[in-house]
Ligand binder design. Structure first.
Ligand SMILES: NC(=O)c1ccc[n+]([C@@H]2O[C@H](COP(=O)([O-])OP(=O)(O)OC[C@H]3O[C@@H](n4cnc5c(N)ncnc54)[C@H](OP(=O)(O)O)[C@@H]3O)[C@@H](O)[C@H]2O)c1
Length: 287
């Protein structure tokens, strides 16, 4: 069986590829990327490396030829990627891929304000209607993306947030990649939706407590509305789309769309999912 990974030179794709290569014959691994040179080291270990770009959909079916099970890594072009993802699903079908594993988001439902929801819901729908077998990996928010907020709170004594009493089950990218590799290399996960989360749901107060420990000072939680948060993020230097995206994830956290904790990491991989506090202490504690 040949396992394929798109976006294989991105951090998530590459980490998944490393896990997969620990388990299967490298000749049965096909890594697709816009930049094959970035994967020269994995090609040297025997993996097949091919060029594939969702922005050039005409070339995708040829790139995916011979692949049985494919990890389709969602791209980073939020709001402009759904047509590309649909083209990739169609190309997988044309190429004879049997099973597509897709990196989605928790609860991609109407009402979830996270700005990524439409892209993921549309791609999930395309997969469900494709006739292919599928697995949805609904990865929670990456833990490392919260480090800036904790660091800033430690420095200023204020955690400005629109989370309200909500919580999110932040998960490390490496744990997500380990789950993806397990689904790719083991049978039995066809037509399943897997919530991939950290071991606990983290509130703003938890973030503030970690900032307090880190900065060795009191940290106040300052609750603001979405507009105020987006303005504060822009004032701190984020561009408009990034500020809107972060604000929308805060609103999704407040709305309870990210607080479900699953045991997928331990069940599928045997790893203990990394606690958020450990991510913070490892990244920021030693400075
Ligand atoms: N759960 C979260 O908190 C979270 C956070 C950020 C992102 N994500 C999602 O998870 C994905 C992987 O994350 P990451 O950490 O590796 O972040 P990343 O650095 O944003 O990775 C971008 C990925 O998109 C691929 N890509 C971009 N344009 C493409 C195109 N035209 N055709 C095919 N592939 C294309 C890249 O592949 P190549 O460069 O190899 O072609 C790479 O795998 C992201 O793309 C995003 O959809 C999730």
């Amino acid at each position: 069986m040949t396992i394929g990974i798109t976006g294989a030179s991105g951090p998530f794709g590459r980490t998944t590829a490393e896990f997969v290569l620990q388990r299967v014959d490298p000749r049965e691994v096909m890594l697709a990327t816009r930049t094959p040179a970035a994967l020269a080291d994995l090609a040297a270990r025997g993996a097949q490396v091919r060029r594939a770009d969702f922005d050039a959909p005409g070339s995708l079916a040829a790139a995916l030829k011979g692949v049985d099970r494919l990890l389709l890594v969602s791209t980073d072009k939020v709001g402009a990627r759904l047509e590309r993802h649909r083209a990739a699903v169609a190309a997988a079908k044309e190429a004879g891929v049997a099973h597509v594993v897709y990196t989605s988001v928790p609860e991609p439902l109407p009402g979830n304000p996270a700005l990524v929801v439409d892209d993921h819901a549309g791609t999930e729908q395309a997969l469900r209607h494709s006739g292919l077998r599928w697995t949805m990996l609904r990865n929670n928010l990456y833990a490392h993306l919260q480090l800036g907020a904790v660091e800033n709170a430690a420095a200023t004594g204020r955690l400005v947030t629109n989370h309200g009493p909500g919580a999110a089950a932040y998960v490390t990218r490496e744990d997500c990649a380990a789950v993806a590799a397990a689904v790719l290399t083991k049978d039995g996960y066809e037509d399943q939706v897997l919530d991939v989360t950290g071991p606990a749901a983290i509130t703003s107060r938890d973030l503030a407590a970690l900032a307090q420990e880190l900065g060795d000072r009191d940290v106040e939680v300052v609750e603001v509305d979405d507009q105020t948060l987006a303005g504060a993020l822009r004032a701190a230097g984020l561009n408009e789309p990034a500020a809107e995206l972060v604000t929308s994830f805060g609103a999704a956290t407040r709305g309870g769309y990210l607080d479900h904790v699953s045991d997928a990491v331990s069940t599928l991989t045997g790893r203990t999912p990394t606690p958020f506090a450990e991510v913070v202490r490892q990244a920021l504690g030693a400075r």
